[in-house]
Design a protein around this ligand. Structure first.
Ligand code: VAL
Length: 184
């Protein structure tokens, strides 16, 4: 079994560099953790771009721009990661209650080696995510029971083994037009 590699659009609720309707672009190999997303981390000193491709506006790290969006993407603005702090976005799934969250936080562990330079945060499932989210006072939400299944009663994934939820969630993202890219 190989992990899926997905790029997901998180629509911003706030304008960025004067642009409305931009999407944070995140990359993850654990789509099942998107249910527990509480934040998106950016590196404070990395340069990010607001760029348009295929009629959509995206935010991602400049060093990964061409790799992810290709040569035709048009750059509107450049800004340091620190300028993204606090921007609110629409979370990928509204399946469990996660109050007072879903904004951009800053973290030095974010790299531009792969992905988009914007790291989806699920503090229940990653030590670095936990440290970052704790520092911002963000809630810890774990909807997966000790038997590895999502708690009963959760729409779409309730009772499903966490790894088996990947396919269901990827399908849902696709239906919602939020799946930017999916590499098997
Ligand atoms: N931050 C990681 C990811 O993007 C996990 C731990 C949620 O996949």
């Amino acid at each position: 079994v190989t992990d899926p590699s997905v790029y997901v659009r998180f629509p911003l609720k706030d304008a960025v560099a004067g642009q409305e309707n931009a999407d944070l672009l995140i990359w993850t190999t654990t789509p099942w953790t998107l249910v527990s997303n509480t934040a998106v981390a950016a590196h404070p000193e990395v340069t990010y771009v607001v760029a348009r491709s295929g009629g959509q506006t995206f935010v991602l790290a400049e060093p990964l721009l061409r790799k992810v969006l290709g040569e035709e993407a048009e750059v509107f603005a450049s800004l340091p990661g620190s300028a993204l702090e606090g921007l609110h976005y629409e979370r990928p799934f509204d399946l469990v209650d996660i109050p007072d969250a879903h904004r951009v936080v800053l973290a030095d562990y974010v790299t531009t080696e792969d992905g988009t330079g914007l790291v989806h945060q699920a503090p229940a499932f990653g030590a670095e995510d936990l440290a970052v989210c704790r520092a911002y006072g963000l809630p810890l939400v774990n909807p997966v029971a000790p038997n590895g299944r999502f708690e009963d009663g959760i729409e779409l994934v309730g009772g499903v083994f966490f790894k088996d939820a990947d396919a269901l969630l990827i399908d849902r993202l696709k239906e919602q037009g939020k799946l930017f890219r999916h590499e098997p």
